[in-house]
Ligand binder design. Structure first.
Ligand SMILES: Cc1cc2nc3c(=O)[nH]c(=O)nc-3n(C[C@H](O)[C@H](O)[C@H](O)COP(=O)(O)OP(=O)(O)OC[C@H]3O[C@@H](n4cnc5c(N)ncnc54)[C@H](O)[C@@H]3O)c2cc1C
Length: 458
């Protein structure tokens, strides 16, 4: 039985980097990947969707060309084959880069196949059993499919199969009004599809504050997306070439008929087919591998990183997991998951950049806090660019003046949020930002201006 110092299962955002660090430290490693090197982010998540967002933005801006005094001289068309080809051309080098870097890494053996635990420190792949002193699980997550009547008989789409689309769906119906559903929804609306978003809850992106949800719903509706909230899908069925989605809303039954159905109601960890019971690795009720603050599982010598541990659902949280495990094992640096501050973005246009707590979360703590908001209409850079949708909001601790959280929905919100995030990591008072000279004209220059308007959170 081949024996390794370390086995890494899955090549998501943490596994490959960790394998490289371990090998550099003189360890003999095996890496196992069952499908695409680079995992979700590279192949069916961040990278491809952001290339689609870029194409959709180009189409949107081209249609608005006249607003800028630019003439196009005809209707704006979208060539979906070219859109997909561009997406593929961005994805392929990333995927190949991860694959090549692992396969050429001296001290690392790559196995291509499905890994399954067959004992505490034993993993089987392609009929071979491997043993290791340490095992690192980075198996990620996949689209969760709800038990809706009729769904199993339909050719529904997920974030993965959406990657193969090289045509314009005439009417895309999306189940789920959260981050993934809204990104795809706006993209396809801008490509020219009719889009209906069906959300079970009373509002879109329900983890965000109500004002943020409302503003996002407003700009999506303004672009022609049909948004249905408080809507429970009770049945789906094929009607000729169409798909009929039966909805119950407020006790009334209605139907949306579309050409394609995208299921985007959430994610589930890829842990159900991993033989975790053979190793005695504990999971929670939803299948997420239970880990401590340094990402150790219930079995000594086995760690879980990335989406499969339920401690994050982003590329940067998975990467941060790698940093935490590598720091603890190789650098004698006791980094912890609880050291990190919530941060993520929603890549609609305009995007939402988030850091720390929402206003609702701050209210729940009962802490005395201050709040300031600013409409993007008042930000000169946004005005100059003709992109004034959205608003910014920031909350600070009244007593120690540290920033508690921010939601920046607007032009460059996904970038500007980092000037707030870094001050939060520094645990510095917000007044530091008021003494920093920011560059004009930028969105960031208005963060200190907004801070000048802080008022008690009532
Ligand atoms: C549509 C979409 C858009 C997204 N956009 C963003 C974004 O903009 N920003 C962001 O931060 N995050 C985004 N995410 C989330 C992000 O993609 C993930 O959080 C990120 O990829 C981290 O994943 P991971 O490292 O946990 O594993 P993954 O990247 O999911 O990789 C896991 C790997 O393990 C392999 N594997 C699974 N089981 C086995 C097994 N038994 N044996 C061998 N190999 C196995 C899989 O094939 C896969 O390659 C998006 C996700 C989706 C779906």
């Amino acid at each position: 039985m081949p024996h390794y110092d370390a086995i890494v299962i899955g090549t998501g955002q943490s596994g490959p980097a960790l394998a490289r660090r371990l090998v550099a430290a003189g360890q003999k490693a095996a890496v196992i990947e069952r499908k695409f090197f680079g995992g979700t982010c590279v192949n069916t998540g961040c990278t491809p969707t952001k290339t689609l967002v870029a194409s959709a933005y180009a189409a949107f801006l081209a249609r608005r060309a006249a607003d800028y005094g630019v003439t196009i001289g005809g209707p704006v068309g979208v060539d979906m084959k070219a859109v997909k080809a561009r997406k593929d051309a961005v994805v392929a080098p990333s995927r190949q880069g991860v694959e090549r870097s692992l396969k050429t890494l001296e001290g690392c053996t790559v196995y291509e196949g499905h890994a399954r635990f067959v004992g505490e420190k034993k993993v089987a792949v392609n009929g071979i059993e491997l043993e290791a002193d340490r095992i690192f699980i980075n198996v990620g997550a996949r689209a969760s499919i709800p038990p809706i009547a009729g769904l199993e008989h339909l050719p529904y789409l997920t974030n993965s199969s959406m990657m193969d689309i090289d045509f314009l769906p005439p009417h895309l119906v999306i189940l789920g009004g959260s981050y993934i559903g809204l990104e795809f929804g706006q993209v396809y609306r801008r490509f020219g599809s009719e889009v209906t978003v069906i959300e079970l809850g009373p509002r879109l992106i329900s983890r965000e504050d109500e004002d943020v949800s409302r503003a996002v719903a407003d700009f999506l509706k303004e672009e022609g997306t049909d948004v249905r909230v408080d809507s429970k899908v009770i049945e789906v069925e094929k009607q000729g070439n169409s798909i009929a989605v039966k909805i119950e809303s407020g006790g009334r039954i209605s139907q949306v008929v579309g050409s394609h159905l995208l299921v985007a109601i959430g994610r589930r960890p890829n842990t159900d087919d991993l033989g975790l019971d053979k190793a005695g690795i504990a999971t929670d009720a939803r299948g997420y591998i239970q880990v401590d603050d340094q990402l150790r599982t219930s079995v000594p010598g086995i760690w879980a990183l990335g989406d499969c541990n339920g401690r994050g659902a982003f590329t940067h949280t998975s990467w941060n997991d790698f940093e935490i495990v590598a720091a603890n094992l190789l650098d004698n640096d006791p980094r912890r998951v609880s050291d990190r501050i919530t941060a993520y973005a929603l890549y609609t246009d305009p995007p939402l950049g988030r850091a720390g707590m929402t206003e609702a979360e701050v209210r729940k703590t009962g802490k005395p806090a201050l709040i300031a908001t600013m409409a993007m209409e008042d930000v000169s850079r946004a005005y100059e660019k003709g992109e004034t949708k959205g608003f910014m909001k920031i909350l600070v601790d009244r007593d120690n003046k540290q920033i508690l959280g921010a939601s920046l929905l607007g032009l460059a919100g996904d970038e500007v949020i980092h000037c707030i995030l870094d001050v939060m990591y520094a645990k510095a008072p917000y007044t530091v930002m008021q003494r920093a000279m920011h560059i004009h004209p930028t969105v960031s220059e208005f963060i200190p201006t907004m801070l000048g308007d802080l008022k008690p959170l009532q």
